[in-house]
Design a protein around this ligand. Structure first.
Ligand SMILES: [Zn+2]
Ligand SMILES: [Zn+2]
Length: 215
């Protein structure tokens, strides 16, 4: 069964997450935005075998530690969707905008698409392409564990910003309501920032995507 540990990183308190299979102890790090030493210390403490880097989207607070991790551990970089390459290609501008130290560039080894599957040990993650916050944003969903890693698509009580280049609020809302909510009210999700929630709770109370706003 899939297990998880959230590690908030960078001054944006981005929810970098370790996902691992408790049978094999093979692990993926999702969105290593920075603070690579802290991430690796947690891998050590949990006695995990880190095998891959998964990325939800190309924003620096989610990918800033990727090049450093690749250099240290030679891990494959999987995701996001190729439509986020324009963000990944602008890492140095993003660092300037967000007040980050400059970071090295990287190229994903595998882009992800709607319907793809990613294995973490024996646990399967399904991939959903959920544009709107960024055009190439993907969400990882483990059906067996009832757990989704949604990046900056959806938050407890809010949704991702869509005022960036190639952002689109309607597309974001459609992604959430037509792809994520049908996975079930009981599904718990880890957002890119802030506390966890469930799709059911957001359907009831989220001012941007609750059912009552969409007859
Ligand atoms: Zn973002
Ligand atoms: Zn973010």
């Amino acid at each position: 069964m899939l297990q998880y540990q959230i590690i908030p990183v960078t001054h944006y308190q981005q929810n970098c997450t370790l996902l691992w299979c408790d049978q094999t102890r093979e692990a993926a790090v999702v969105d290593p935005g920075g603070d690579v030493a802290r991430i690796l210390a947690e891998v050590e403490r949990l006695q995990l075998k880190l095998t891959q880097i998964l990325l939800t989207h190309g924003h620096l607070d989610h990918v800033g530690g990727t090049a450093a991790l690749v250099q240290l551990r030679q891990l494959p970089v999987i995701g996001p969707h190729q439509d986020d390459m324009f963000w990944i290609g602008m890492l140095s501008q993003q660092a300037q905008m967000m007040g980050f130290a400059p970071v090295a560039n990287f190229t994903p080894d595998r882009f992800l698409h709607e319907g793809d599957k990613v294995m973490v040990g024996q646990a399967e993650l399904e991939v959903f392409h959920c544009p709107g916050h960024t055009p190439g944003h993907v969400v990882f969903f483990c059906r067996e564990a009832g757990l989704a890693q949604v990046g900056d698509v959806l938050f407890q009580g809010s949704v991702g910003r869509s005022d960036f280049p190639r952002g689109n609020h309607q597309q974001l809302v459609d992604s959430i309501r037509t792809k994520l909510f049908p996975l079930g009210d009981a599904v718990k999700f880890i957002p890119g920032h802030g506390p966890m929630s469930s799709f059911g709770q957001e359907r009831r109370t989220n001012p941007f995507v609750a059912d009552k706003h969409y007859g």
